[in-house]
Design a protein around this ligand. Structure first.
Ligand SMILES: Cc1cc2nc3c(=O)[nH]c(=O)nc-3n(C[C@H](O)[C@H](O)[C@H](O)COP(=O)(O)OP(=O)(O)OC[C@H]3O[C@@H](n4cnc5c(N)ncnc54)[C@H](O)[C@@H]3O)c2cc1C
Length: 387
């Protein structure tokens, strides 16, 4: 194995998804000297595909705006209203009542490439097509073995997604990923569905099938073409026996909206949701984004990944100022940040909401108690980026 670089980088970030590039962009703001000695290693080349509904909540846009970035530079759809149903029409809301839209939908290949380019413009070096294969934490640095050779960094940020190799290196007993998402892009058929193109729908109807989650339906703009992104989220994929296979749940959902499931390839991916007791760091290594754990309730992770970037950059700045890289305090930093508080609450609410398996009670929650649910969501679960 060749030595890809004899120099020792201060920071090596593994993964140029939103968590990795947000860490770099926040370093550019908080500690530009450190960014000059930061390297991102990315196994793909942007723009690269990433399975994702692409829904970005306003919290994500708050973080981007603070970084001086405007999401509307790239193609997007403004989702007018978010509906939370249980077969029957239920609660309709926006993140904030005074906003003109509920959230925005982007395409991840375009969004991630845009963010990576912004990080590059601010001085970040990104080595693409460089896949990290193993990590060895030494006394003075971390040795990062890749398909392009060995790199060395004083610290490593694991921003390499839900199947994180960095996480497995520092926490080999992390256990299986609990949640799973399955998604598909379909054409738009307004004549076969009551759903409005401009709106997004979260329908908890699949709880009847033993799935701890919901089916979603978002508007999307794929290469200029209006499409729908539909999927199913299962919070506890490994937990419950006897539930209907997710593929069947999504196929039935497609049929319910006049689509033929055989016309489209379904694709799925697991996700790690936030567990306050999980591993977040080890000496010389911290985790961000999906690698650390994201929203349990909806599987939301883009704005969460952007939020982790800020916490990570602050942590790195302080560590280099002190010359101390144990990262003992990183978990507490995450937990006490408004993002960590919101994530803890979402995990707590998931344990409640997904243990209510009675259709009558679920219908009551979404279709009768809408005002209370909306207040809970707006007060405790979202809006963390402005706190
Ligand atoms: C089907 C589906 C739908 C979703 N829909 C939404 C949604 O609508 N809204 C939302 O907010 N969230 C959604 N999510 C969650 C969201 O996609 C993730 O939470 C988000 O991508 C996390 O960002 P990240 O930067 O932590 O990880 P990723 O986006 O996974 O980025 C990790 C990066 O690391 C790179 N990498 C991985 N391994 C290595 C390696 N060994 N060496 C080098 N590089 C490596 C990858 O190529 C990738 O670029 C969805 C997830 C799925 C699976």
């Amino acid at each position: 194995m060749s030595d890809a670089a004899t120099e020792i980088w201060d920071i090596i970030i593994v993964g140029a998804g939103p968590a990795g590039t947000s860490t770099a962009l926040h370093l550019a703001q908080l500690a530009p000297d450190l960014l000059a000695k930061t390297l991102i290693l990315e196994k793909e080349r942007h723009p690269r595909p990433k399975l994702c509904g692409g829904g970005i909540l306003p919290d994500g846009e708050v973080i981007l705006r603070r970084l001086g970035l405007d999401l509307t530079e790239i193609p997007h759809v403004d989702v007018e209203w978010a509906h939370f149903d249980f077969s029957c029409p239920g609660l309709t809301m926006r993140a904030k009542d005074d906003m003109p839209y509920a959230f925005r939908v982007i395409q991840r290949d375009e969004f991630d490439a845009w963010l990576a380019e912004k990080a590059r413009q601010r001085g970040c070096v990104i080595h693409e097509n460089t896949s990290v294969q193993s990590l060895k934490v030494r006394r003075e640095y971390v040795e990062v073995e890749t398909n392009q050779g060995v790199y060395r960094g004083r610290v490593v940020v694991g921003a390499d997604g839900s199947n994180s190799l960095v996480r497995r290196a520092i926490a080999p007993k992390s256990g299986p990923l609990p949640a799973r998402l399955l998604e598909v892009y379909t054409t738009v058929k307004p004549e076969s569905t009551p759903h409005r193109f401009s709106d997004s729908y979260f329908d908890f109807i699949c709880i009847r099938d033993g799935v701890s989650g919901y089916v979603w339906d978002f508007p999307a703009l794929v290469k200029g073409q209006p499409m729908r992104n539909r999927g199913v989220y299962d919070w506890n994929h490994i937990g419950r026996a006897g539930r209907k296979p997710l593929k069947q749940v999504l196929s039935e959902e497609l049929q319910r909206h006049g689509q033929n499931p055989d016309d489209y390839p379904l694709a799925g991916h697991p996700i790690r949701w936030f567990d306050a007791q999980a591993t977040f760091s080890a000496p010389r290594v911290i985790l961000v984004g999906d690698a650390a754990g994201v929203d349990a309730l909806y599987g939301e992770g883009i704005s969460i990944a952007l939020g982790y970037g800020k916490i990570a950059a602050e942590t790195l700045r302080d560590a280099f100022q002190r010359g101390e890289f144990s990262f003992d305090g990183y978990r507490q930093r995450v937990l006490s940040d408004p993002l960590g508080i919101a994530l803890r609450r979402r995990t707590f609410f998931s344990h409640i909401i997904y243990h209510i398996t009675s259709p009558a009670l679920q219908r009551l929650i979404w279709c009768r108690l809408g005002r209370i649910v909306k207040w809970l969501v707006q007060t405790f679960l979202i809006g963390w980026a402005e706190r």
